[in-house]
Design a protein around this ligand. Structure first.
Ligand code: ADP
Ligand code: ZN
Ligand code: MG
Length: 481
């Protein structure tokens, strides 16, 4: 039924900026402290208290804007957004309205339906968070924790350029990845540091005017975002097909599917009576400050992935996995700089290293140089690739050196000619006919003898020396003795 309808989606994303203190006072922004312990007259909105802007928060928001290609304005303005809600002690939220910190910019995604598309950003502005209502602590009462009130957020607003839940997911994944790369936010959704409002409308395919939108606020998982888009889309299409108009409305998402609750019928910006905050000066940024921030931006994921492909010949899939986080990409490059071949390094990093990190809270338990040493042991034939995998598991847990562990495990390969010669002789005695055929030039028997000698050596023969020794037997006339 979605065939004749086009879904239109726009996002408003709130990201907590990684500062130690709040946006307009010195209170700690730490998570998990005793409720209402990080509060002061400023963030509680007591009469006479004056806000002072946190420079670190501004710097982080500028960095975020630059990484998204936004145009950062030298002059922006804080405004009061007035509304009443118990978690808002001042009766207004300090935000930015008609003079935001930054405008424009885009996020490029590879849409499954449309290929590469730029999703335009409308703006990025600074604002403070509200407190938190807690409904399940006291029977019949709502408790409020103001520790979160005043914590700095960047709000990023997209144009209504998205058309499917999948595209929306791609934009969110990429935004999150970028903001993590530049250390603007850890984007932990569990801790409420990334929250998404989705705006959804539908229109007959081909129509140019937008349909009436409905909004779902404060979604704290990307799965919930996708689900809510589908729910709103399907219900709007149903309404329109029944000949009814869609009602503009705001929802908040409860837990589980189908748990959308309508909280407001309509809401327009003029309801908030925005006006410039008289307690805060206009925010002027020095041009040099902006250029300096731009110069310090790290290489962003897409660019880095491209570079790893062209510089080291990585496959696209591996480059994408390796650049998924800055830590992993840094780790990979450190392994290569420690002297390992890039493709071998990529193989290790996307496999055993990543698996071990995922099982240990993202920690890399084997240092890049130790991994390079291990890879070196395989490269020079000291241990086999199979044995190296087991050595890795062991050194990850023990922190020991690869060669020591390999010795203790007894997996050192023997390339010593005498030992190999003894094993070969034993096998030759066992298979005289096959030996004669080998010497007559039957090359395919090399594999057979490789296997037999390996077995004889209990896996410790170095395959390269072994293969060299066996090849020497080819085309050799029988020993007359
Ligand atoms: P409001 O004034 O209700 O906050 P905005 O114009 O500020 O609306 O837009 C808020 C978000 O909603 C933006 O992400 C925007 O792209 C998106 N949006 C606006 N109109 C529509 C629409 N008709 N359908 C889907 N999304 C929309
Ligand atoms: Zn405070
Ligand atoms: Mg708006």
């Amino acid at each position: 039924m979605t065939k004749d309808w086009q879904t239109v989606i726009g996002l408003e994303i709130h990201v907590q900026l990684a500062t130690h203190s709040k946006l307009f006072c010195g209170c700690s922004a730490r998570y998990g402290d005793k409720p209402n312990s990080n509060v002061c007259p400023v963030c509680l909105g007591l009469p006479g208290a004056l806000p002072v802007t946190n420079a670190k928060a501004v710097a982080l928001a500028v960095r975020a804007s630059l990484s998204l290609g936004c145009n950062v304005h030298v002059k922006s303005e804080f405004a009061r957004k007035n509304y009443f809600y118990p978690d808002l002690p001042k009766g207004y939220q300090i935000s930015q309205f008609d003079r935001p910190l930054a405008t424009g910019g885009s996020v490029t995604i590879d849409s499954p339906d449309r290929g590469g598309v730029d999703i335009r950003l409308t703006r990025l502005h600074l604002e403070e968070d509200a407190g938190k209502s807690i409904h399940d602590r006291y029977e019949g009462l709502t408790a409020i924790d103001y520790n979160r009130a005043g914590i700095p957020l960047a709000e990023i607003v997209t144009e209504a350029d998205l058309h499917t839940p999948q595209e929306t997911r791609l934009v969110l994944d990429q935004l999150k990845q970028t903001l993590q790369y530049i250390d603007v936010s850890d984007c932990s959704m569990e801790l409420g540091r990334l929250r998404v409002d989705v705006n959804v409308s539908v229109r007959p395919r081909g129509d140019l005017t937008l349909g009436v939108k409905q909004e779902a606020k404060n979604l704290n998982s990307f799965t919930a975002v996708e689900r809510v888009i589908r729910e709103l889309r399907d219900s709007q299409i149903k309404t329109l097909q029944a000949g009814q108009p869609v009602q503009q409305a705001t929802f908040s998402a409860g837990n589980g599917p189908g748990a959308l609750r309508m909280t407001r019928r309509k809401e327009e910006s003029h309801d908030y009576r925005y006006f410039p905050d008289p307690d805060l000066p206009v925010l002027y940024l020095d041009e040099r400050f902006i250029t300096n921030e731009a110069a310090q931006l790290p290489e962003l994921p897409r660019v880095r992935s491209e570079r790893l492909r062209s510089e080291f010949g990585l496959k696209e899939g591996d480059a994408v996995v390796i650049t998924a986080t800055r830590d992993l990409a840094d780790y990979f490059e450190a392994v290569v700089h420690a002297g390992s071949a890039p493709l071998k390094s990529a193989h290790w990093v996307t496999g055993p290293v990543l698996r071990d990190a995922n099982e240990h809270a993202g920690r890399f338990r084997v240092s890049p140089s130790t991994l390079a040493t291990l890879i070196g042991l395989v490269a020079d034939g000291t241990i086999s690739n199979q044995a190296a995998k087991r050595v890795f598991v062991s050194i990850a847990a023990s922190g020991k050196q690869p060669l020591d562990v390999a010795k203790t495990m007894g997996v050192l390969q023997v390339s010593d000619g005498n030992a190999i010669g003894t094993w070969i002789d034993a096998v030759f005695v066992r298979y005289p006919d096959e030996l004669q055929r080998l010497r007559g030039g039957e090359e395919k028997l090399l594999g057979f003898f490789m296997g037999q000698v390996m077995k004889e050596s209990k896996g410790s023969a170095d395959p390269r020396s072994l293969s060299d020794d066996l090849r020497k037997q080819l085309h050799q006339p029988d020993d007359p003795s």
